[in-house]
Design a protein around this ligand. Sequence first.
Ligand SMILES: Nc1nc2c(ncn2[C@@H]2O[C@H](COP(=O)(O)OP(=O)(O)OP(=O)(O)O)[C@@H](O)[C@H]2O)c(=O)[nH]1
Ligand SMILES: [Mg+2]
Length: 287
Amino acid sequence: MHFQWYPGHMTKAKRMMQEDMKLIDLVIELVDARIPLSSRNPDIDELGKNKSRLILLNKSDLVTEKSNDIWEKYFKDKGYYVVRINSKNGTGIRQIDSVVQEACKEKIERDRRRGILNRPVRAMVVGIPNVGKSTFINAYAKKACTKTGNKPGVTKGKQWIRLNKNIELLDTPGILWPKFDDQLVGMRLAMIGSINDDILNTTELGFELIKFIHANYEGLLEKRYAIKESEDTLDMLTQIAISRHCILKGNEPDLDKAANIVLDEFRAGTIGKITLEFPEQENVLDN
Ligand SMILES: Nc1nc2c(ncn2[C@@H]2O[C@H](COP(=O)(O)OP(=O)(O)OP(=O)(O)O)[C@@H](O)[C@H]2O)c(=O)[nH]1
Ligand SMILES: [Mg+2]
């Protein structure tokens, strides 16, 4: 299986983000809690240098608390501020304001020394496609949501959302493209649904996912599909096809359909709370 991307988009998006960076104090970077590293573009560290940095572990509802603990520690140890959230139902969103104040305390202090009082922190949301940027902005802005409108000269026509007296958010998120040099990264992005399925071999992807879930979360497949788990992935896929009545003419199991069911159900979180990657030194399994 081979994954590719289109560099044309990337260059333009990066240039736009570079411009927007000049306007802000804080980068709010969303990552997917199921693949916190594969869902990052490392360019953001260069683009956002000299800015305060907040990482949001979004879709934290799709993984275990243990997994969130591990990744929160991982990023905190690297000097980022971290909040785990579920943008869909709002869990964790309320914590963000105080963490933003903490993350930007140097700027706030600098302003105060210069006699500038109550200048809001300006923030931009960034992340790869489908990571939840729009959902997050809606959830975060829900209470306050007064668009401040154009402020020519000051903001170069950008729209800002005034969240409260302390924070303003650029209303257009910055899109980062995931990095594809590593095929495993591409595969994880495909599994969570961040790459268009049209360009993928979903049967192979489902096959790899079943293999991973069996190896790392033994028992979940058995529970969900009433199958007998084993090292024989093709056999498990076949059993899933049969138990879900995916049968072709001639009584052949429809493996493609079964693989797609597994992918869909994994993405929806119905197979269980599954993290696809962990920092190397950590033990994945005892959740
Ligand atoms: N389970 C879960 N789903 C979420 C969460 N946040 C967002 N989603 C879902 O993820 C999908 C993508 O969300 P969007 O907000 O459109 O993502 P985006 O980053 O704006 O995507 P682009 O605009 O394509 O770059 C949607 O189906 C959301 O409902 C979350 O915290 N948990
Ligand atoms: Mg969006």
